[in-house]
Ligand binder design. Structure first.
Ligand code: GDP
Length: 364
């Protein structure tokens, strides 16, 4: 599955957020079950109102959401790239995730120590990013030397890879994270193969004080401005509020949110933003037994989408009956969609669209 790593300096609210995420998911009863894999790893159902709607129309007995994994990666301090604190472990943990959720302290509280002695989320982001860039520089400098030698000796792979490596190196040397490189899709794939920490997509989470949860504050606005210049995303959330919400019943939650001027839990926005960040889309399968959401990377073709369910589906793929979400809902289900000619038969080259309702035909 897809993994988001939660990072940030100490005392910014990472654990509060992670616990709220996992507890809320647990409290969301049967529909969005949560399970703990390791103490610091949690799988969360991706909230999707479309799935509930499809299940109602399809009279499905069960709802199975698609999932995303969050990992609480503690241990970053200044000097991590030189092995300070839990530095090496920290960097290894980041290497394993698909995207980075970077929590920034945007709240003031004299009872909670700030490791740098002041509230400045933009500077904090730079501190963390600098450690990641130093680590990338270190590993890349060594690899570029080796690749140059190989390329000079005629090695084709090294020759192909070298331009991307050189570009990434120049980018890092200029003090910019590798994800800001403007690359062709092929080069982007090569960059991903280098497993650089700063090549991963980043979502900034502005952890604001409770009164600012609906509006944001001067700190979160500064982070949003920074994110814009980096092509990154930012979400404003109050971890303290989310922790409170996690304790409430559904009815209490609605009342509490309205009282705060909020429409939905910040965690729902965070989970969806994480999903977008990873370039993921959802397709659905529906039957009397269950309505289920499945995750694929944007651009996946029908056989690959089938393979998410079972490798046999991909191997023996014949075609996929496809109904667009809007048609399914407007017409009131599969039978009516078929009658109206809105159930298409799609073949191997079909690129699955977000919200498609699919039924696969395959050779067993
Ligand atoms: P971590 O070290 O980044 O995991 O931070 P924690 O989640 O352990 O939080 C550190 C301290 O900050 C704890 O005492 C939290 O209760 C407190 N804290 C976290 N989020 C907020 C918040 O939104 N507002 C306030 N006032 N305190 C918070």
């Amino acid at each position: 599955g897809f993994k988001c790593g939660i990072v940030g300096l100490p005392n910014v609210g990472k654990s509060t957020l992670f616990n709220a995420l996992t507890r809320t998911a647990a409290a969301q009863a049967a529909n969005y079950p949560f399970c703990t894999i390791e103490p610091n790893t949690g799988e969360v159902g991706v909230p999707d109102p479309r799935l509930d709607k499809i299940a109602t129309i399809g009279k499905s007995a069960q709802i199975v959401p698609t999932r995303i994994t969050f990992v609480d990666i503690a241990g970053l301090v200044r000097g991590a790239s030189k092995g300070e604190g839990l530095g090496n472990q920290f960097l290894a943990n980041i290497r394993e995730v698909d995207a980075v959720v970077h929590v920034l302290r945007c709240f003031q509280d004299d009872d909670v120590t700030h490791v740098e002695g002041r509230i400045d989320p933009v500077a904090d982001a730079e501190t963390v990013e600098t450690e990641l860039m130093l680590s990338d520089l270190d590993s890349l400098e060594r690899r570029v030397v080796a690749a140059r030698k190989k390329a000079a000796g005629g090695d084709r792979d090294a020759k192909a890879l070298l331009p991307v490596m050189e570009a990434a190196l120049a980018c890092l040397q200029a003090g910019r994270p590798a994800r800001t490189l403007d690359l062709s899709p092929e080069d982007r794939e090569m960059l991903a193969g280098l497993t650089l920490l700063t090549a991963k997509p980043v979502l900034y989470v502005c952890n604001v004080d409770e009164p600012s949860a609906a509006t944001g504050n001067e700190y979160s606005r500064a982070v949003e401005a920074m994110a814009k210049t980096q092509g990154a995303m930012a979400v404003t959330i109050s971890a303290a509020i989310e922790a409170e919400i996690a304790q409430l019943s559904d009815a209490e939650e609605i009342e509490f949110l309205e009282g705060m001027g909020l429409h939905e839990p910040g965690l729902d926005r965070l989970i969806r933003a994480g999903y977008d960040l990873l370039g993921l889309v959802t397709y659905f399968t529906v039957g009397p037994k269950e309505a289920r959401a499945w995750t694929i990377t944007r651009g996946t073709k029908a056989p690959g989408a089938a393979g998410v369910i079972h490798s046999d589906f991909e191997r023996g793929f014949i075609r996929a009956q496809t109904i667009a979400y809007d048609d399914y809902v407007a017409l009131g289900g599969e039978a009516a969609a078929k009658e109206a000619g809105k159930a298409r038969d799609e073949g191997k080259e079909y690129v699955v669209q977000d919200g498609d309702i699919l039924l696969f035909r395959f050779n067993a």
